[in-house]
Design a protein around this ligand. Structure first.
Ligand SMILES: [Zn+2]
Ligand SMILES: [Zn+2]
Length: 75
């Protein structure tokens, strides 16, 4: 399964809407992969925003690259 390697327009995605705003619920995704997630733009519960600290930690953990390995994206 190929990992997306884009490094631009990175956003922090909530893995689970009810999973809170901690690092364990954060996934670094580029804009294209973010839009491709099943919950993107779907109305419903808005998860709490990530703090700048968690965003930085998530980007560091991901090596400043998109973390997406979803096959549906076709990277
Ligand atoms: Zn991506
Ligand atoms: Zn993707």
């Amino acid at each position: 399964m190929a990992r997306c390697s884009r490094k631009v327009n990175l956003e922090i995605h909530h893995k689970r809407r009810d999973g809170g705003n901690g690092l364990e619920n954060a996934e670094v995704l580029c804009e294209k992969c973010h839009i491709n997630t099943s919950t993107y733009g779907v109305k419903g519960t808005t998860p709490p925003a990530f703090s700048p600290k968690v965003k930085l930690e998530a980007l560091k953990r991901a090596g400043n690259r998109c973390e997406c390995t979803r096959v549906t994206c076709g990277h």
